[in-house]
Design a protein around this ligand. Sequence first.
Ligand code: SF4
Ligand code: SF4
Ligand code: F3S
Length: 375
Amino acid sequence: MAKVFNWQINREMDYWYKGVRPERQFGAIFDINKCISCQTCTVACKTTWTAGRGQEYMFWNNVESKPYGFYPIMWDVKALSLLGAGEWNGDVYAGKTIFESAPAKERVLGWQPTDYDYAHPNIGEDEVNKAIDTGAYMTGKHAAWMFYLARICNHCTYPACLAACPRGAIYKRREDGIVLVNQQHCRGYQECVRACPYKKVFYNAVEGVSQKCIACFPKIEAGEQPQCFVACIGKIRMQGWINPPDKAQEDNPIDYLVYVRKVALPLFPQLGLEPNVYYIPPVHVPDYFLTQMFGPGANNAVETYLKAREDKTLAGIFTLLGSTKFTVNYFKIEGDEAIGYDSQRNEIARVPVTEPVITRASFDEALQIGRHNIT
Ligand code: SF4
Ligand code: SF4
Ligand code: F3S
């Protein structure tokens, strides 16, 4: 085991390989508050990459309803139960990661899903955390809640899948940090499936190899965002690049949301993988649940997000989500507009921070039509 620094748990930790950060790291923002669970992203990925034999059960992108939705069943409950109660000491994780709690002769603390675990891709959809009492929905803020969690591979800085493969068949690309399974090298040992706590590597029994989200790398190489990002109806996603914390750039939208405003957080940072999809937590869910899921910064992130309407920079970045098919490398707020730029600082998106409200006559004399919705 080597010692590596994981900024999300704010300490050194054990990892199977030496820590070498890529030249740049694929990163993403998902605003949970905007997700409507339409599954357009799921289908966009499915029809692009996993329509083949042996891939029937694969969902490289899935959207599950929390707290009772999972794919595969109970993936997060099992990961957390294995790990035990992890305590945070302020912003330093005091518990053990899945690398540090690996049993003797194993590299990662993991578990292998069964066929049954994969049999219900959208189980628990729209279920709330408890029964709604009569009238509960009338009283403003209430204790019944649920939310949608869209998930892809996190292209982790310290991938458990990569650490666990005895063949060395999984690699992290130096040029963009995307994690891939070498299909020629893989022999189907499935240690990667067992190790990934997010369960984002899938075994293809027809091909005898494991397969996973490839971050749509042919699109990334062309300066475009992945399929599940551009297809997103709710415009909850933005793909870009995340720098290490000591190299954070204020005009990089991902760095800005993650490091400067701390409003976008990693999923289960305590597992120790330094995942690179960053979530804006749902605003209506109790602190204890969000803290367990996104770490100790969850409450602050929600407070910051709730004030975004009065904050032109934050509101501007949020309007840039889903505004272009190109990867947004930089951003600027100019007057009442948010502007996105590509890697060469060419303008690729320009959107109004405040959407104009247009009120039209309920009866249009020119067209001789009546309208029900006039704003
Ligand atoms: Fe590997 Fe899982 Fe991390 Fe993806 S989310 S890089 S499959 S450990
Ligand atoms: Fe699928 Fe591409 Fe999204 Fe990965 S990034 S889940 S490959 S659409
Ligand atoms: Fe390695 Fe996973 Fe293949 S453990 S051999 S990449 S199935």
